[in-house]
Design a protein around this ligand. Sequence first.
Ligand code: CP
Length: 303
Amino acid sequence: VNHLLGIKYLNKKDIALIFETADHFKEVINRSIKKVPTLRDTTIANIFFENSTRTRLSFELAEKRLSADVVNFSAGQSSVKKGETLIDTVNNILSMKVDLVVMRHPNPGAGIFLSKHVKAAIVNAGDGAHEHPTQALLDSYSIREKLGDVGGKNVVIVGDILHSRVALSNIFALKLQGANVKVCGPKTLMPKYIESLGVTVETNLKKALEWCDVANMLRVQHERMDISYFPSIREYTQQFGVNRQLLDSLDKQIVIMHPGPINRGVEITSDVADSDQSIILHQVENGVAIRMAVLYLLASKIQ
Ligand code: CP
């Protein structure tokens, strides 16, 4: 069975194929054809052990636009609360003849673990601070849409790198496509191994922004944070928050991204998030086409 567990397991050709397939689905959506019969005989379970707005709705919309049958599971309203294990939960769902599982889980490696213990294709919709592969795919796809080929572009990922699955998946995806990648953030929120991934570290945000074509502003992940790691919010915003004044002080117009949800006024001010320089809502829009592509390509392997 084939899975999408992380960008780490993909190659450059896989990404190109996903983008070509997403181009096709985006064209279909833009022609106001809301539904295609492609996955009419496929049943998909979206199982979320952690909160989500974008990823969950985007997967569900992608599945429905491909005519799949869809069931949704939130751990908070389930028998997980009575002590049922992850494997038991998923095997019970699979015994209702589910073909593919989309899972978000707070534990890094949860998708990999599941793929070894259950007979279904698994799509990782974010596993703790490990990977968020469809986010990285939609991020690169959005850069490609805005600036052309991702190869050779300078991309800086700013903020809480340590706790960010978006950062890790983006680094893998961008490097595979030949982008130059910097990370910028407080030393306390920078993993020790980060340079071994082929990225450079810049602690001065203005220098990083002067260098880049694209700045991907990460959310400060309060829920994964040990308070001792962190400068105060005020200090963080002063040193690593992007605002209009800072952008206007650069001698070029860079593209601003954010995976959402935004802490407005912390990592990004509203006048930047809602400006023409921001492609934040394009990222969300592209998420549906990217997820349609991923599901279509995986389902074609399991049928
Ligand atoms: N970007 C992202 O994963 O958002 P959600 O947590 O709302 O799904």
